[in-house]
Design a protein around this ligand. Structure first.
Ligand SMILES: Cc1cc2nc3c(=O)[nH]c(=O)nc-3n(C[C@H](O)[C@H](O)[C@H](O)COP(=O)(O)O)c2cc1C
Length: 226
């Protein structure tokens, strides 16, 4: 009797774990495994004035891959931990860090985890068609989506009573600093980059399973120059 109960419980559990969405994908299918990123090379010569001199928007990019090292360093430049205990390369109002960087690769959607220099899997598969109407964004090897979570302001004593307009203003400044850091890295590394408001926020939110408290601020597309 006990054995039958255990078998039934296992069957129910496996059905729940393999729940299907309307497209017929199982939950298991949709979670890519976490990816540990390479340690950023912090000893590379990249004179700041030269990077600023070459910073520009370039839409002339191909679909060729970036190296794992470049992907790691792009993310570290955007919002990596650069000093103990948890200081970041970009500023954040009252150190709340409400902006998370979603990483759209050919293999899936991930969230950048600065404290572990790692990508956490969110959705498996190629979701680049949610990146909006500009063709190069749908084939580029890397799209970043800067997403603010108002829940982080609500959870913080100093910002719990702040209004949504201020929250969006502060988070937009944070995302702007992150994107500019990426632009400067790309200038130094001779990569093409475009900051883009023209992302399909609704489709991306569905693909990345964003919570109601999360909002897309802006995206950035990066690739090899053509
Ligand atoms: C908030 C913001 C949104 C933008 N959205 C787009 C976009 O959706 N598509 C695009 O191709 N460029 C976009 N751009 C890039 C601008 O067109 C570009 O920065 C501008 O032409 C100046 O060129 P530069 O970046 O080379 O100096 C955006 C820039 C900003 C700051």
């Amino acid at each position: 009797m006990i054995a039958i109960r255990i078998c039934l419980a296992a069957l129910v559990l496996s059905t729940v774990c393999r729940a299907e969405d309307p497209a017929g994908n199982t939950t298991q299918d949709k979670m890519p495994p976490a990816r540990q990123l390479a340690a950023p090379r912090l000893d590379q010569p990249a004179p700041l004035m030269a990077a600023l001199q070459h910073r520009k928007t370039s839409r002339e990019m191909g679909s060729g891959p970036l190296t794992e090292q470049q992907i790691s360093e792009i993310l570290w430049s955007a919002d990596g931990v650069n000093r103990p205990p948890n200081g970041r390369t970009s500023p954040s109002a009252l150190s709340v860090y409400p902006v998370e960087i979603y990483v759209v690769l050919e293999t899936g959607i991930y969230v950048y985890e600065p404290s572990r220099q790692e990508l956490r899997g969110v959705a498996a598969g190629d979701h680049r068609k949610t990146m909006g109407g500009q063709d190069f964004a749908q084939t580029a090897p890397l799209n970043l989506v800067f997403v603010m979570d108002s829940g982080k302001y609500q959870a913080n004593q100093s910002t719990a009573k702040s209004n949504p307009e201020d929250q969006m203003r502060w988070a937009s400044v944070e995302a702007g600093a992150q994107a500019q850091n990426v632009y400067l890295y790309c200038a130094a590394e001779k990569l093409a980059a475009v900051i883009r408001a023209g992302v399909d926020s609704a489709k991306f939110a569905a693909a990345a399973k964003l919570r109601p408290t999360q909002k897309v601020i802006v995206a950035q597309t990066i690739g090899q120059p053509r």
